[in-house]
Design a protein around this ligand. Structure first.
Ligand code: GLU
Length: 417
């Protein structure tokens, strides 16, 4: 069976529909939640270093703001498209719902390969994006953050451009900023820290000890590298790593600080020498390990490889790595999948803490922030685990049930249906 061109928006909509059916919600709930409330497409002209002008297409999708302002990252990647942005915005609504942070879901993106731009071109593109979305962004309206291909420096430029465009200095209009400019301590680390901790807790539920487990990790950007750091600190042995440039194996477990240092400098893992053998990078998914951590992009676990997965536990660091059909196969095979909307929710959780600190013009210590993150993620994990046991459903279904109920209740109280 082939699974071609899986549309992630259809995946997101089916996930929501299945949970609405299970909860037997009023039909109006799915009718509202299947679409984004507002979407914006913009064209951003950028002066390139060679003097020419190039237009980049950008998007912002605002899925639902029943609980609070829209919230979610901005992705710079060559494969960005409107449906993907809408799917990612949908997932953000339920990620915030799972964590109980007072936001709805949003997401943005620009079609661009950031590796092809100079720093100056990146700055002009980031500023152009912030100008284009300024009418629908603000610290009480919609709060973007980093995602694939963007980082804290871009958020700082966007805050500056937002200020110049709107006349309002709102550092809380963007999160994931550098610590020295209204960022929060422990935000850069947050997504990876959460994934590692959730993997540890999930492993325990299966009677596994993470410090005695072998692990395969896909993706070594911000999320993947911090996941690796914290897995390493928990004693987990990362034996296989892959990114968009290479797949590397080391039976002894990688020297993670050395690999992270290399990847920071070269922006990829290819060329790192501390490995034993290389393998085709896609094969990371079916590597013979105890735990698989997909921390890169969507649609990497499909009907084509789900039957060959050897891991007993998958913790989804990426958004949408598993297709609907692959998910069914994994459930039938008894492989525990901790869904993205819980596993990678550390990022938005600490974005929320950053926003709170911005609004208060106050700051917490690294340990305070990380402890708050750990407490709220552990609570969400346990609540979802209990719901899964109670209803005999997958963790993904339980997570959606919990989040949809919260959003549906808010919409009901606000009189949306
Ligand atoms: N882009 C991240 C995500 O997909 C973080 C979003 C945020 O911090 O708002 O969850």
């Amino acid at each position: 069976m082939k699974e071609k061109n899986v549309n992630v928006l259809e995946t997101a909509q089916k996930q929501v529909k299945q949970a609405c059916d299970k909860l037997a919600t009023d039909p109006a709930v799915y009718e509202i939640l299947k679409n984004s409330m507002r979407t914006l497409e913009v064209s951003i002209p950028v002066r390139m270093d060679d003097g020419s002008v190039k237009s980049f297409i950008g998007y912002r999708a605002q899925h639902n703001d029943a609980i609070g302002p829209f919230k979610g990252g901005v992705r710079f990647h060559q494969n960005v498209n409107m449906d993907e942005v809408k799917a990612l915005a949908t997932w953000m609504t339920f990620k915030c719902g799972v964590m109980g942070v007072p936001y709805g879901g949003g997401k943005g993106g620009v079609i661009v390969d950031p590796f092809q731009l100079s720093e100056g071109e990146m700055e002009r593109l980031a500023r152009g994006y912030a100008r284009a979305v300024a009418p629908i962004v603000g610290e009480k309206i919609d709060i973007p953050a980093p995602d694939v291909g963007t980082n804290g420096q871009l958020m700082a430029w966007m805050v500056d451009e937002h200020h110049k465009t709107t006349g309002k200095f709102e550092p809380g209009a963007y999160t994931g900023k550098p610590v020295s400019f209204y960022g929060s301590l422990a935000r850069t680390e947050a997504t990876g820290y959460g994934i590692a901790n959730i993997a540890k807790n999930a492993a325990e539920k299966l009677g596994m000890d993470i410090s005695k487990s072998t692990i395969a990790l896909q993706g070594f950007g911000n999320v993947g590298s911090f996941t690796a750091k914290y897995i390493d600190e928990l004693g987990g042995k990362i034996v296989a790593v892959a990114d968009h440039t290479a797949g590397l194996y080391n039976s002894q477990g990688f020297d993670i600080p050395a690999l992270a240092e290399y990847a920071r400098e070269h922006r990829c893992i290819k060329g790192f020498t501390g490995y034993e053998s290389e393998f085709p990078k896609e094969e990371i998914i079916t590597y013979d390990v105890d735990i698989l951590l997909p921390c890169a992009l969507e649609n990497v676990i499909t009907v084509n490889n789900a039957n060959d997965i050897k891991a007993k536990l998958i913790t989804e660091g990426a958004n949408g790595p598993t297709t609907i059909e692959a998910d069914e196969i994994l459930n039938k095979r008894g492989i525990l999948v901790v869904p993205d909307i819980l596993a990678n929710a550390g990022g938005v959780t600490v974005s929320y803490f950053e926003w709170v600190q911005n609004l208060m013009r106050y700051s917490w210590t690294f340990d305070e922030v990380q402890q708050k993150q750990e407490d709220s993620m552990l609570k969400a994990f346990n609540d979802i685990w209990n719901l899964k046991e109670e209803h005999g459903v997958s963790m993904r279904m339980a997570a959606y049930m919990m989040a949809i109920k919260r959003v549906a209740d808010a919409m009901k109280l606000r009189g949306w249906y």
